[in-house]
Design a protein around this ligand. Structure first.
Ligand code: ATP
Length: 557
């Protein structure tokens, strides 16, 4: 593979000559050279593409018309954080075995270092180039049926992504068109001989068309960047409202409302009732209320009223004396006593049996408890935060919950919005959980694609934040690359529907339509029975679309 590198760079050893031939031969000023040389243009290409797709090195290799010589080559790579672009070949050199192979590619080809070793052996892969790349991509620069050269991308650690490939195919199209124009205008012969340098310089200096093309290239890059947006990692905006509840994620107006309420009761002793569907974060909010109170140095003791068998709830809450009932072999301190000077969080309060509701009411009124089987009353100083996913007032109306207890608990109600009602928080939460689980499992993940975020936003989340948290955890475990590109929501009927009737992007629609027509025409592009005629476009346009859409010929046949 080193030879392969030597092919695009075969001449990195010719680097000494790298002061471009313009400078050497015609003594052109650096300014003119910068404005008009392919080298300067190409340097700009890597500056734009590199950060977008993590490309380490790009090369532009140009051939003569007979395709038996490399006439010029430019190598642009990132060295110590800086892009250096050199003209590595300025005199025609004949094609080696590997460049011959590469020049024969008439569609984009991805190769690894190992592929080249397998095909040509280790010996062909030797180069004196100090940098060794492991992943390569070769895109032919084809315009009007002529292959002008190859646009190459080389990476150390990863293959060029599908998005990067599509983007670079567009770039190759543009470069090929540019080379054709330059040749046509005799601006800068892609296969120049040194003795033509002076004339070329004059032609180039007067050729504003070149500058125009450079400007177009910039525009093209900008347009392609927009197209790329759909593949980029979604970067959610940080919460706009400053709040002290650091573990609570969400900046939607609905959550801002919640923060306002929380701020009002921070440092207070108020009894709070938190209402919200399952998984909306009731416990998290309760903890936050406790943490922002004067009781934060003491414990917040949680009781899940739905999880304890009814016959044990009393003992769980208030404790029991030894021997007070069968199995009470030891004296036990109840949750109220444990929470003394702190907070008790009564989760699922709507599930509390009626007889215990009476006892709880007494505790609230008298601030005293009695252990089961005990003879004395024990004073407690406990703040009460309770939570329910039931409509407690409806429970009161139905006679299942005591009205007096309801009023005692509902001193300061805080209602938490369902996740489906604050969709703008989904991206924030998903990214928060992604970071949390990636860190936990020692993985480096950048985030979700916009597509993945859209899928999550289209779902109704009956299990709310908890469901989202579990989904993200699963996807972090299964993630293959640095970005979670797609998410699958099990049993999601909305998603199943979208599988049946997916909404295609314009890009996908165009690609699929062209693909279908090409199949119909057995891959024939031009001529009477060709796809171009059926599609009503010139064959050259179709050819460039095929490349741009990443429809390599091998896909068609
Ligand atoms: N706004 C939020 N920011 C960050 N994490 C959240 C948020 N809301 C909920 N979570 C997380 O979601 C999970 C479920 O939250 P929590 O247990 O507080 O919900 P809940 O409403 O009490 O659920 P249940 O009604 O089932 O008891 C927890 O891991 C919690 O940390």
């Amino acid at each position: 593979m080193r030879q392969q590198e030597s092919d695009f760079t075969s001449s990195v050893n010719v680097d000494a000559k790298a002061n471009s031939y313009f400078e050497e031969q015609a003594g052109a000023t650096a300014e003119v050279e910068k404005k008009i040389s392919l080298r300067a243009l190409f340097e700009g290409v890597l500056a734009k593409l590199g950060p977008l797709f993590s490309i380490d090195c790009a090369a532009l290799v140009l051939y003569n018309e007979e395709m038996n010589h490399i006439t010029r080559a430019y190598l642009s790579e990132l060295v110590s954080g800086k892009i250096s672009c050199v003209e590595t070949i300025s005199d025609p050199v004949s094609l080696s075995l590997i460049t011959k192979e590469i020049s024969g590619f008439d569609f984009p080809v991805l190769k690894s270092r190992q592929d080249w070793i397998d095909d040509f052996g280790e010996n062909h892969c030797l180069t004196n180039h100090p940098i060794e790349y492991h992943f390569h991509c070769y895109i032919p620069l084809e315009h009007n049926g002529r292959i002008w050269g190859t646009f190459e991308l080389h990476n150390h650690n990863r293959e060029l992504s599908a998005e990067g490939l599509t983007f670079c195919c567009n770039m190759a199209d543009f470069l090929a068109g540019l080379l054709a124009v330059m040749a046509d205008k005799n601006m800068a012969d892609p296969a120049p001989a040194k003795h033509h340098a002076a004339e070329n310089i004059i032609a180039l200096q007067s050729a504003s068309i070149f500058e125009e093309k450079t400007r177009l290239l910039e525009n093209e890059i900008e347009a392609l960047k927009e197209q790329l947006a759909e593949f980029q990692v979604f970067k959610p905006e940080e919460a706009s409202e400053i709040h002290n509840h650091t573990h609570i994620v969400g900046s939607s107006p609905e959550m801002q409302q919640v923060y306002k309420l929380l701020n009002r009761i921070s440092n207070s002793e108020t009894t709070v009732l938190i209402l919200g569907e399952t998984g909306t974060g009731k416990e998290l909010i309760a903890k936050s209320i406790h943490d922002s109170s004067g009781r934060s140095q003491k414990a917040m003791v949680k009781v899940n009223c739905a999880a304890i068998p009814p016959n044990l709830i009393e003992s769980e809450l208030f404790g029991h004396e030894k021997g007070s009932f069968t199995g009470a072999t030891e004296r036990r301190i109840g949750k109220f006593e444990q929470a003394h000077k702190g907070t008790i969080f009564l989760d699922e309060i709507g599930e509390l049996p009626l007889d215990l509701q009476v006892k709880l009411l007494r505790v609230l009124q008298e601030k005293e408890i009695e252990r089961v089987g005990g003879k004395t009353t024990i004073s407690t100083d406990v703040r009460i935060i309770s939570a329910t996913n039931r409509n407690l007032l409806a429970e009161v109306e139905a006679g299942r919950f005591r009205r007096d207890l309801f009023y005692r608990l509902n001193v300061f109600p805080v209602s938490l919005p369902a996740l489906r009602d604050r969709k703008t928080d989904i991206a924030l939460l998903a990214t928060f959980f992604l970071k949390k689980f990636a860190q936990k499992s020692n993985r480096t993940l950048e985030g979700f694609s916009k597509k993945a975020i859209s899928t999550m936003m289209a779902y109704s989340w009956p299990g709310n934040v908890r469901e989202l948290e579990h989904l993200v955890e699963r996807h972090v475990v299964m993630a293959q690359g640095a970005i979670i590109k797609e998410v699958e929501i099990p049993g999601n009927t909305e998603q199943s529907l979208s599988v049946i009737a997916p909404v295609k992007t314009i890009f996908e629609n165009e690609r699929d339509h062209i693909f279908a027509v090409l199949e119909l025409c057995n891959g024939k592009i031009s001529g009477a029975n060709g796809a171009a005629k059926l599609l009503g476009v010139p064959a050259t346009t179709l050819n460039s679309k095929i490349k741009r859409l990443g429809l390599a010929k091998r896909h068609v046949f």
